[in-house]
Design a protein around this ligand. Structure first.
Ligand code: FAD
Length: 409
């Protein structure tokens, strides 16, 4: 069968471009189709959405040539502090501190804004021979044949490839068309996301306050005086807070945020994201594989969504490139199942782990509160255990794909 390319990636969010770059740089011919017009996201104003990239993710971004394009736009995370809290009362006396000095790899991770990350991906894709980006193109159908798979775009264009990789997010049409079902549930929580400016320097410290209604993460951005916040509340409370004017919003935020960074003001538009868990029942089907949020959408409680996706990217790129080098059919189910075996347990375990942490911390039950304070204090007192958590947060545990270990594919 004559093919238009080796691989079609559906979705040009963040995981799609990362996977496209890794595969194209290894010599495969890749088309990335994204429903959105490309410049829209890169040109958007500062929208407060930012990612905590684990060290392992940073290595992958370096390996595919994206990291150098982010020079001056990332903030190293030097410390992570987690504590129990109640609005107006400040953090509880027991807290957990993770310090970058406790691991030899350097900072635990880096904060990067979505628009900068996306712009860096766009620039890297423009320079990648073997990669074609189709912006504003929606994939509407896919038809599996013996020797390949044909996808149809809304424009009527048809593309024949060996394998279709669904990087099309939580509502993945690629998964639905392949007959892959999803499981999941809403949390009854919504994340309020924005950026704040503060009088004192954050010194590279990321804070996570566990409030009864949901966690508040305060994440340091470049320059010292801006932070991104991910503030989870019950759906009703979030809707009420979002409907306030900026002064009312700040008045609601202040007692939760506390005074440790001095006076705060809003520094970006205000967004809301309903929180849910969404797991695909399988990550692969004949000539189809799912990556990132298309495979697993998790609670943002530990900022792990994109990091998990980039682990998928590293694993799938490695499996496909090794198969291609051996002369195997890269769309064959047994090849794709190697990827599923590698990634499914890790991502499901993490998704359910985040779910449990959220349930354990998002309440005001005095017994649970005492227990979790003790737990946080205990972990903090045991350096070995603490280092284990730090390595986990930095993405340095488990069987790392080569790109995440800092090695070439
Ligand atoms: C409030 C919040 C904070 C977060 N904070 C963090 C954090 O700190 N760290 C972290 O690691 N993660 C974080 N995450 C998670 C992270 O945002 C996601 O895991 C990540 O963006 C998913 O990327 P993706 O490329 O898989 O999917 P998406 O970004 O959803 O991209 C999917 C793309 O597919 C396209 N598409 C869909 N259907 C089609 C089609 N039929 N044809 C063509 N294109 C199609 C869409 O247009 C879109 O561009 C956070 C999430 C939320 C909600």
């Amino acid at each position: 069968m004559e093919r238009d390319a080796d691989i079609l990636i559906v979705g040009g969010g963040l995981n799609g471009p990362a996977l496209g770059l890794a595969l194209a740089q290894a010599g495969l011919r890749v088309v990335v189709a994204d429903a959105r017009p490309a410049p829209a996201r890169a040109e958007a104003g500062f929208d407060g959405r930012a990612y905590a990239l684990a060290i392992a993710s940073q290595r992958l971004l370096a390996g595919i040539g994206v990291w150098p394009r982010l020079a001056g736009q990332v903030q190293p995370i030097l410390q992570i502090k987690a504590s129990d809290g109640r609005p107006g009362q400040g953090p509880a006396p027991f807290f957990l501190t993770f310090d970058a000095a406790e691991i030899e790899e350097g900072p635990m991770g880096f904060m990067a804004e979505d628009r900068h990350l996306y712009a860096a991906f766009l620039a890297a894709m423009a320079d990648a021979p073997g990669l074609t980006l189709l912006s504003g193109e929606v994939v509407t159908a896919q038809e599996v044949e013996a020797a390949g798979i044909t996808a149809t775009l809304a424009s009527g264009r048809r593309l024949r490839v060996a394998v279709v990789l669904g990087c099309d997010g939580r509502g993945s049409g690629t998964a639905t068309r392949a007959g892959i079902r999803r499981q999941g549930w809403g949390y009854g929580q919504t994340a309020l996301v924005t950026a704040v400016q503060h009088a004192r320097d954050h010194q590279g410290i990321a804070q996570q306050f566990f409030m009864p209604s949901g966690p508040l993460a305060i994440l340091p951005l470049p320059g010292g005086h801006h932070s991104s916040i991910v503030w989870s509340e019950t759906d009703a409370a979030a809707a009420a807070i979002q409907s306030l004017d900026d002064a009312g919003y700040l008045a609601a935020l202040r007692p939760r945020f506390g005074e440790f960074l001095g006076e705060i003001s809003l520094a970006g538009a205000r967004f809301t994201y309903p929180l849910s868990l969404s797991l695909a029942e399988r990550f692969v089907a004949p000539r189809v594989a799912l990556v990132g949020d298309a495979a697993h959408g998790v609670h943002p409680i530990a900022g792990q969504g994109l990091n998990l996706g980039l682990r998928d990217v590293g694993a799938l790129a490695q499996v496909l490139v090794e198969a291609a080098r051996r002369g195997e059919d890269i769309g064959a189910l047994d090849v794709l199942e190697r990827y599923e075996r590698w990634r499914r347990f890790d991502s499901t375990a993490l998704a359910l782990g985040m779910d449990t942490v959220n349930r354990l911390f998002s309440n005001d039950n005095p017994l649970l509160r005492a227990g979790r304070d003790l737990g946080l204090g205990l972990v903090n007192a045991l350096p070995g255990l603490r280092r284990g958590f730090i390595r986990q947060a930095a993405g340095l545990t488990g069987e790392l794909p080569r790109l995440l270990a800092g090695r070439p594919l």
